[in-house]
Design a protein around this ligand. Sequence first.
Ligand code: NAD
Ligand code: ZN
Length: 360
Amino acid sequence: MDTIRVNLGNRGYDIHIGSDLITQVGDLVQPLSLGRHLGLVTHPALAEPYGSVVADSLRRAGHEVSLLTVPPGEESKSLEEAVRLSRALVRARLDRGSALIGLGGGVIGDLSGFVAATLYRGIPFINLPTTLLAQVDSSVGGKTGVNLPEGKNLVGAFHQPHLVVADVLTLRTLPEREFRSGLVEVVKHGMIADPVLFQRLEEQADGILARDPGTLQEIVRRSCAIKARVVEADEREAGLRAMLNFGHTVGHAVEAALGYGAITHGEAVAHGMLVAAALSVRRGLCPEADAVRLRRLLTRFGLPGVPLPSPESLETYMVSDKKARDGVLQFVLTRGVGSVTFAPVFDRDELRLALQDVRR
Ligand SMILES: NC(=O)c1ccc[n+]([C@@H]2O[C@H](COP(=O)([O-])OP(=O)(O)OC[C@H]3O[C@@H](n4cnc5c(N)ncnc54)[C@H](O)[C@@H]3O)[C@@H](O)[C@H]2O)c1
Ligand SMILES: [Zn+2]
């Protein structure tokens, strides 16, 4: 087992990464001195085998566990579902000393984290991420929230977890497309801050795609370490944390243009990273060879997998992006594998040329 400490003063916490950890959750939470009664939130399809394994482990450690399920899918990240969960937890007699545990992907983490942030004005939250995206990205950083019909993640709270336990064995049952999409955020972490991680991805691509637990443990550890360092430096996203948006300005536009559901978030961000790299090469910031490495690695992982929409269809979505200030797009660009820089993009033609570079 590897452990990464996220140093945030009295809100600091550990991230444990390894194999077969969900059977040991009862022992792993002991140092936290949680209340006796715990709420466990997951999807019906994850309740067996994972949920019952977690509940058994917690019960062996002396806890009472109330297991609650929410339907899968982004639609469950709603205020209505948060209300339903909160009421069920109160009726199950969770009290102010209780903690809430989320077992699942980013939807479960964001929703149950939000409920933990607000129920009784905040109770401890423990995240057991079971998708690659959740293990390397959404479980670290303390952002919780739900969607509104008007847009994603519009209601939420910063609520750091008390503990994160990423069991890489749970990734074995993840659908292939979800797994590959999660890999995009790992590639992103390599691109923005860790050339060694990027090289490991290149060298170990076969083991990763075969979901070899040892290989996954290393890439999840390196990825979490990067996100943890960025979050430590900028907990509330005042500046530096924006580097995590590499590939996301164009990525969000691609998701919106194709319609959510037609392309995964990861596939869209893969396009976004390629466009950001093309822009960076055009500006002389990034060696062409590094942009080629990025494209090769993504291709090796079967990404983006869906063609990039036309520049015209993307443009309207890009100016409405929350990163566009006064019509000027704030871009995260690359100086090559392992290094980022921020720059405004004023010139629509420059962007169009970069989009064309990627479509070729
Ligand atoms: N809080 C943050 O900082 C942050 C960061 C990035 C993304 N997010 C959010 O994360 C969400 C996406 O998360 P996601 O990609 O994990 O999707 P998800 O939570 O919807 O999970 C994807 C699917 O995989 C299933 N699943 C989960 N674990 C499984 C396993 N081990 N085996 C088999 N099936 C499994 C789920 O039931 C679901 O159907 C979005 O709502 C996004 O906004 C949050
Ligand atoms: Zn992302």
